[in-house]
Design a binder for this molecule. Structure first.
Ligand code: HEM
Length: 482
């Protein structure tokens, strides 16, 4: 059986035994018991988990009756490292943080900053690195490269500084490592009875010690970046158009919802740093993997890119434009097949595979399930993308064509069951930024390099709150013959 009931421990042993393959287990649970299933907590655990991958429930919880489904106090405790940023808050606190974040994103036109950064990083860092690998013919972990790419771009966006993790010697960054450690321990908190991890936290042992150390590193580095930014702003001169500067201005202007002190600044940007690096890096890695596993899709994307490239070539006095060629985000916006291929990958491999909420008042979900106050709801986006009843018999196949209608246009109606970026008032605020980073990397790498998976290297998901790869994605990079 997918779930075995134990006296006293109830369904807890099944959860623990499958923690190492949590996402695929959630698919099996849904296939066996239906789209919604109650997971009974051990008698000493405070909560039952309601597992659901029904799109109607998702829509209801995140949009229709959103005020009854906050992230909740337990979520705040599990993600305590994030402080009181937009990710980790509810009600008025969340509303204030969300309003400020929106204002910071739009006033600086963060999206166009990211779009130009993608081009610059491709030209200055990604291409030289990959060209170097072509020369040495050495295999490389492409997921690691992608996490460096998203980290460099998001650091410039947030702090105005490029840590240059894509330099040829691939330097490791303390902050990135601390974030990886923290994310891993937070995942274990989800599959461990809360009294146990809280005891370990108090005793500072095991995983909790690791989180404690990661937290110290994050705090030390954030303090450093904040004080450097304040010095930059004092010196004047160059205009600072990064996210952190916006929050410092908000404090100076005593803008509504902003608070004094560096803790406010830290909490405001830390979640964005993690989403920008981890969620985007994971979504990008799986998209590239899907392309490499499906050469027909790869050929179609290249054909579409070639159309754009030829337009540029003809402008340059009928000569072929020079290579390696960098696409700008404007070029990529209208590409239907590329967009369809990305959505199809996010359907099967959502960068954030699980979305968690708590029940405030008793309610009935659209599928008839009665939920009680305090219950935790785990919505598996990963399972939702793999359900025959939601996506049809070919749900396990990677088929970008699913997203294109008979007139060659993108099929908007599928968006009703596509929640890779959430929905409703808490819809991902960095969606367009993430999409820009992903499409830019895929187009620029595919068009200029021929990438092959290393034979025998098995790619599969790591147990984490972000859909990273367990052993990375080993590839060989070769020149692309035009
Ligand atoms: C492909 C990349 C990304 C994916 C798959 C993704 C996915 C998500 C998901 C599923 C949520 C949760 C919605 C909910 O709680 O119901 C979310 C929230 C959020 N995301 Fe993203 N995200 C991505 C990129 C980004 C980027 C690049 C940023 C920032 C630069 C960002 C910032 C945020 C923030 C601040 C929230 C919290 C919104 C709120 O609670 O009001 N995300 N994202």
């Amino acid at each position: 059986d997918v779930i075995t009931y134990w006296p006293i421990l109830a369904d807890l042993p099944s959860l623990i035994c499958n923690a190492h393959r949590i996402n695929d287990w959630l698919v099996e649970v849904a296939n066996m018991y239906g789209l919604t299933k109650l997971l009974r907590g051990a008698f000493f655990a405070r909560v039952d988990y309601l597992l659901t991958c029904d799109p109607r429930n998702f829509e209801y919880i995140t949009k229709t009756n959103v005020s009854n489904y906050p992230k909740g106090q337990e979520y705040n405790k599990v993600f305590d490292i994030l402080g009181t940023g937009v990710f980790n808050s509810d009600f008025d606190l969340w509303h204030g943080q969300r309003t400020l974040a929106r204002s910071a994103f739009t006033s600086n036109n963060l999206l166009s900053l990211v779009a130009s950064l993608c081009e610059k990083v491709a030209k200055d860092d990604l291409f030289p690195l990959l060209s170097g690998l072509v020369k040495t013919s050495s295999p490389v972990d492409l997921e690691d490269i992608f996490l460096r790419y998203t980290f460099d771009i998001i650091c410039v966006t947030i702090f105005g500084r490029n840590p240059k993790c894509l330099s040829k010697d691939l330097p490791n960054h303390e902050l990135a490592k601390a974030m990886d450690d923290a994310l891993q321990v937070i995942f274990f908190r989800h599959v461990t009875p809360s009294f146990w991890w809280k005891l370990c936290r108090w005793l500072r042992i095991g995983n909790e010690k690791k989180l404690h150390n990661a937290w110290e590193t994050v705090d030390r580095l954030m303090t450093q970046y904040i004080s450097l930014k304040k010095e930059d702003l004092l010196q004047g001169g160059q205009e600072q158009n990064d996210l952190l500067s916006s929050y410092i201005y908000f404090q100076k202007e005593k803008k509504k919802y902003s608070y004094e002190g560096d803790k406010f600044l830290r909490d405001s940007v830390l979640g964005q740093l993690s989403a920008g690096r981890d969620a985007t890096g994971a979504a990008l890695s799986w998209f590239f993997y899907m392309i490499l596993k499906n050469p027909v899709v790869e050929a179609k994307i290249i054909e579409e890119l070639n159309g754009i490239y030829m337009q540029h070539s003809s402008f340059a006095n009928e000569q072929k434009a020079k290579r390696p060629w960098v696409f700008n985000s404007g070029d990529l916006k209208g590409l239907v097949y590329l967009h369809a291929a990305m959505c199809e990958s996010l359907r099967l491999n959502p960068g954030v595979p699980i979305n968690r909420k708590e029940v405030l008042r008793e309610d009935i979900l659209p599928d008839g399930t009665v939920v009680k106050p305090g219950m935790t709801i785990i919505m598996s986006l990963y399972a939702m993308g793999r359900m025959e009843s939601v996506w049809g018999k070919d749900c396990m196949e990677y088929k970008p064509e699913r997203w294109i209608n008979e007139n060659g246009k993108f099929r908007q109606e599928h968006m009703d069951k596509f929640f890779a970026f959430g929905s409703g008032p808490r819809l991902c605020i960095g969606k367009d930024i993430g999409v820009t980073m992903i499409k830019s990397a895929v187009a620029n790498i595919l068009f200029n390099f021929h990438v092959e998976l290393v034979k025998g290297h098995h790619v599969y998901p790591k147990s984490s709150l972000v859909l990273n790869m367990k052993n990375g994605m080993m590839v060989e990079v070769k020149p692309r013959v035009a």
